[in-house]
Every structure is written in C-alpha cells, then in structure tokens.
Design a protein around this ligand. Sequence first.
Ligand code: TRP
Length: 456
Amino acid sequence: MLSNQDSAGKRTSLHGHWSSRMAFILAVTGSAVGLGNIWKFPYIAGQNGGGAFVLVYLICVIVIGMPVMMSEILIGRRGRRNPIATMELLGKEEGSSGNWRWVGGMGVLAGILILSYYSVIAGWTLGYVVKSASGVFVGATAEAVSAEFSGFVGDWRVIGFCHTLFMSLAIFVVARGVERGLEQAVRFMVPALLILMLVLLGYSINSGSFGEGVAFMFTPDWSKLTWGSVLAALGQAFFTLSIGMGAIMAYGAYLPEETSITGASAAVVTADTSIAILAGLAIFPLVFANGLDPADGPGLVFQTLPLAFGQMAGGVFFSTIFFVLLSFAAWTSAIGLMEPAVAWVVEHYNKSRSAATVLIGGLIWVIGLASVLSFNVLAETKFLAGTLFDNVDYLTSNIMLPLGGLLITIFAGWVMCRNSTADELGSSGSLYKAWRLLARFIAPIGILFVLINAVT
Ligand code: TRP
C-alpha cells in the first residue's frame, strides 16, 4: 500500500485534491446530473404510474438520499483512499473489521455494471446529436420519430459504434486525472442544460397537454403503487444522486478539510432533483399531446423530445445543442462511475492512472455489448426482469445501490464513533443530530423495509 500522509502527518489523497469547495460541488453535481435525470426519471415514473411514484421518490431523496450522501462524503474524506481501502482502513480504525472493504468492493462492481449500460444509452445521445443536426426530425410526425428510434436501436452495429465512441471519450478524461477538464465542463454544462430544459418547458406549456402532464406527475394514484414501484423509486433516488456505490466516497477523498459536507450535499441534491422534475414537466405534456404511452420505456425521451424540437422554430439548433449537452452530462457521470474502480487499481496494483483506466474501461466496454444486443439481436431473450439490459439495470439500481446505501449508513451511524462523524460533519448541533437520527434509524430501516417487501 502506498503511503499517503502529508508532512504534518495528516492523511491526504494520492490522486490530488479539488481546487476549491465549488470545484467539489461541481464535480458531484456533474456526476449526479446525467441520464438518470433526463432519460431515466421520466420513463421510470411513466412505467410506475406517475404521481405516487414521484412523491415516494421525493421522500426517498430527502430522508434516505441526503443522509447517505453525507455519510459517503464523510467516510471518503476521513479515509482519503479508494472506497475499498477506505472502508477497510476505517473499519479497523473504528474497532470493527477490515471486512467492510467488501462494501467498497460491491460499489466498485456496481460502478462497472452501471457504466456498461449507461455508456450504451449515452451512445444513443451521441447518435442523436448527428440525427438532430441532419434535420431528420423537422416537422416529423410521432410515428416517424418512433420509427427513426426503432431503426436506430435495432441496428447493433450503429449503437455498438456509438457505445465504443462514448467509452473512448470517458477513458480519455479519466486517464487524465480528476481536476483537469472536468471542472470546466461541469461549470458550463449544468447551467446550459438548465436553460435548455426551461426552453423545452416553455414549449411544452404552450404546445403540450400541460395540465394533463402535471396531473400525471403530481396527482398520486395510490392504487398504482406496488412494493415493486416503491423499490423502483428508492433505486431511482440512489441512481440519480450517484450514491450507494462509493463514487461520492471516492470524490469525498479529494475534499479539503474545511468544506461543509451538509452544505455541499444540500446543494447537489437540490440541483439534481430540480433537473429531474423539470425534465418530467417538459416531457409528460408532450407524451399526452401526441398520444404516446408514458410507460413506453427507455425510448421515451428519444421519441418525445425530437418530436417537440421538430415542431419548434429553430428546432434543429435547439435539438442539436440539447443532445450535445445531454452527452456532456452523461460524460461527467461516466467519469464518476469509473473513478472508484480506477482509483482502486491504481492504489492496489500500483498501476499508472492511464493503464488502470484503459483496463477498467475495456472491461466495461465488453460487458456493455450485452446491453447493445439487448435492443436488437437479443431483444426477445428475456428472463427475470426482462432483457439483459433490464436485468443489469434492475440488479444495480434496485439491489446493489440500496444495499450499498444500507451498509454505508450502518457504518457511518453505528460503526464509526460519535467523535469521528461529529469531527467530519463539523458540529454537534441540531443538524448533526438530524443526520445521526436519519443515518442510524430512518435510512437503514427504510431501505431494509422496502427491500424486504419488494423482494418477498
Ligand atoms: N447519477 C447518474 C445519473 O443520474 C448516474 C450514476 C449512478 C452515477 N451512480 C453513479 C454517476 C456514480 C456517477 C457516479 O445519470
């Protein structure tokens, strides 16, 4: 194990540190805001009946997501290593066991599995940049846009190429290290994405069935809520906030001492949730206005948004920019998904950062081929949750992330002593008490309760 202490004997990270508090917030926001908000949230909400799902998702974000995120950051900053080594070190330091490293291990694996299919969808957004720019969507009907989508994903060579392109971009940035490039990309991307979502929202207020869309999203129909959809809401909360797999822990390892963990977490959660809600508000009115099915699945945004852009003045321009931004958002998330695995290979096998990135990236690319084929050649090969893609998605979002979150809160709330966590969270006031109550009781019991009810 490489040593990592500064001259004063304080633990530091081997991979460098964020240049400022803002840089950290931007990086975590960049990892959180991605396909999860704009691609996944609307279609999962659609498949689970809308209103009641959205409400449960919001509750999960606040009472489970927030404490899990704070726990991850504080654990990461205290250990200052990759998630596996950090959990092992702190497990021993807090008088428990080095076996806590398996929680880090499950996170590394989850990151690899998530990115394997995430990259495929991110590849679609790259493909849609080109399609938008070519003008195929101008004045297109709902049927034409749907046919365009089916033809696109139906050809494994095309989406396989896009997947390869996207993974290459992700490998390129991760190989260069944490600070360079990333901060700049996020600083401009998140505000730009927000502005474009507002443009879309404006369009959908004027041209969509706005009332119907809002009603679908915010009128809870409790009869549609099953334990399965509660688990989907919990899984979506974990997925969209990038928590439960050590990514935020890895980012926390590069966080300067004095930054407020509570403040940073609140900022990220607010930004991420707002973008997801905006995406829903922009998309559902268009779904209803065009007679599309909200439960249509992963193709939902790739069919509704091009349709809307196709009817808008300046649509080619807006649509191209939108998919460029969404690709950027996916890119900054992909970096976070790879970081735990790469940091671990660098530290554990003493490899260079670029060698580790190519190794892990290559592995992810190969696993991703299963998802590429799930939309064409193997589209009819279904078991358990559906296609191969559906199964990887279900296993990671609905099982691995909540389980990771459960163990992380148990670790931060029960294994770590009060002094350690109070030291990192920087207070013993009411905010600290609230975090501790959530991390010790509410979050773990909530997660366990949902998992047990949904699986049995
Ligand atoms: N939050 C990302 C999104 O919404 C996806 C994601 C899940 C992620 N876990 C992550 C990103 C870990 C970075 C790190 O698109």
